[in-house]
Design a protein around this ligand. Structure first.
Ligand SMILES: [Cu+2]
Length: 263
């Protein structure tokens, strides 16, 4: 019996130590394929829900069994608890702890892997600057194109936002992409997400930043790559038109210059 308990405890200890290593290894192996942290986030969430459901049902069954075992019997029978040897008493305490701790550590290890995915920005990303302010999200593309409260991105390209704030603390939250990060004055923070297919996604401020905080919403518009390219071309054209120096007819400037020289 003691041997059984010892073997069981040793097995669980091995599982406890192996789980995080295995989880980390599994994460590392699938890393090149992991391009959608939002899906990984959902996967881990479901895993946690399944874990705690199983644990909850197990606890309920064991508790019901104990209640049934210790029910009142006819004649006010006085029970006697079984005598446990020190080894089996320790086993009864340590083994359940190891079982639940191994589940926790397994989940924590997976969470760590996922966290690293959220922090490691893929190399083929589109970099966009974001300045948050009361009460708007101002995006600047690498070519100087700017948008407000609407970020248009191509499907299939990871997008990283380099964020700061011009006034107070804001938090750029995109629920559909399971990502949220503070933007604050004097500091550059970042977040990345992978828009895999065309669609629209809500952006909202997740840090109370003033009376209009609740209205500080925007959206991510994911377009098919060719539609995105066409949109960007249009934006570039209007940006060029807006930044070009005002065209002044040559004939109009010459007399002005000569007039200036005469005086
Ligand atoms: Cu805000």
């Amino acid at each position: 019996m003691h041997d059984k308990i010892r073997r069981g405890a040793a097995g669980l200890a091995a599982l406890l130590l192996a789980a995080p290593v295995w989880a980390a290894g599994a994460g590392a192996k699938s890393e090149p394929k992991t391009v959608d942290p939002a899906r990984d986030w959902d996967h881990l969430w479901n895993e946690v829900i399944v874990d705690i459901t199983i644990i909850g049902i197990l606890f309920a069954i064991v508790t019901a069994w104990f209640i049934w075992q210790a029910r009142r019997r006819p004649g006010n029978e006085v029970g006697a608890s079984p005598k446990l040897s020190p080894a089996s008493a320790v086993g009864w305490v340590v083994i359940p702890i190891f079982v639940f701790l191994s589940i926790d550590l397994y989940t924590a290890a997976n969470g760590w892997v996922l966290w690293n995915t959220f922090r490691d920005v893929p190399a083929n990303r589109l970099e966009i600057k974001l300045e948050a302010g009361m009460y708007s999200w101002d995006y600047t593309y690498p070519n100087g194109v700017r948008t407000q409260n609407e970020l248009v991105v191509p499907a299939g390209t990871p997008v990283v936002l380099r964020m700061t704030s011009r006034d107070t603390l804001h938090s750029h939250y995109i629920p559909d992409f399971r990502v949220k990060e503070d933007s604050m004055p004097g500091r550059i923070t970042y977040l990345w997400f992978n828009p895999t297919k065309p669609g629209e996604h809500l952006v909202t401020c997740a840090e109370y930043c003033g009376v209009m905080h609740g209205y500080m919403a925007g959206r991510i518009v994911v377009k098919a790559p060719e539609e995105y390219a066409a949109w960007m071309k249009g934006e570039e054209t209007s940006l060029a038109a807006a930044t070009a120096p005002a065209a002044v007819p040559a004939t109009a400037t010459k007399p002005a210059k000569t007039a200036a020289k005469k005086t």
